[in-house]
Ligand binder design. Structure first.
Ligand SMILES: [Zn+2]
Length: 154
């Protein structure tokens, strides 16, 4: 049991650190994840696009500087795996929407991060999830195994 309680979502540089991660989800529920922050990926981009002349993207306009996704992965000492998905926004009046889900196995973890590409109807692993898994592979042998051996990561 760690007594180092952190109540902010960790930065990518903190991967591999152990603590009690206190995370509030979109429904104001508090989750306490006692374990290792395995890794993170983000779709944030430094340059605005698609809304010239306006400081913030209107609803429905895709700009990964205004709105983006962050995926964080955690593993507890009793081998539970957590995905913390943050739909982040820099647009005034909007807030970050955090979802916390847990899975028992690393292959389920990869499956839960898999999405269907709307154009090709193929299973894909979106870039933030791919980056988070790649980072997590350094800290968890079973995540590494699933990362290497899941069909979607090949
Ligand atoms: Zn923008």
């Amino acid at each position: 049991m760690s007594t180092d309680v952190r109540d902010e979502l960790p930065f990518p540089e903190e991967h591999g650190e152990r603590a009690v991660w206190a995370i509030v989800d979109r429904d104001s529920r508090l989750h306490r994840i006692d374990g290792t922050f395995l890794g993170m990926g983000s779709s944030h981009r430094p340059e605005h696009k698609g809304h010239p002349g306006e400081p913030h993207a209107p609803r429905g306009t895709h700009c990964s500087t205004c709105r983006w996704t962050e995926i964080r992965l955690f593993e507890t000492s009793d081998h539970e795996l957590f995905v913390v998905n943050c739909g982040a926004s820099d647009v005034p009046g909007e807030r970050d929407l955090v979802r916390v889900t847990s899975v028992a196995t690393a292959f389920e973890l990869v499956e839960s991060l898999t999405a269907i590409d709307r154009r090709t109807q193929q299973s894909v692993l979106p870039m933030p999830a791919r980056r988070a898994l790649a980072q997590a592979a350094s800290h968890s042998p079973r995540v590494r195994d699933a990362y290497i051996n899941s069909p979607v990561t090949r």
